[in-house]
Write a new protein. Structure first.
Length: 111
């Protein structure tokens, strides 16, 4: 049974957005969604209802910069990129995520 639950991303969406922009550079929202879905191997899906509020919040917090540009299919789109504060937050969140995931792995492996 292949059940996709959106709550797998709960608490990780900001990290995934920051990391996507750090690795790929400036992208529009749909590009971020496609990138996460592709890299995650069809395991994670980011819904628009979660993505755009997160992008707005990250921009308001000064972690992302947003600017209007023309997309590859000649449409106007808002492109997001990391700020210096965003790069710093990414490093902090990555470290925290690795610590938590390692702790969960240890519990799961405990015999």
């Amino acid at each position: 049974m292949n059940v996709r639950t959106p709550d797998r991303l709960q608490g990780s969406l900001s990290l995934l957005i920051l990391k996507s922009l750090a690795s790929r550079g400036s992208m529009h929202g749909y590009g971020i969604t496609v990138h996460i879905h592709t890299v995650a191997g069809d395991v994670l899906r980011v819904e628009e209802g979660s993505l755009y509020p997160a992008l707005h919040r990250l921009t308001q917090d000064g972690l992302l910069r947003a600017e209007w540009k023309t997309s590859e299919n000649n449409r106007r789109a808002r492109y997001y990129s990391l700020t210096a504060a965003g790069r710093k937050r990414l490093a902090e969140e990555e470290q925290r995520f690795l610590e938590v995931s390692d702790a969960v792995r240890r519990v799961l492996m405990y015999v």
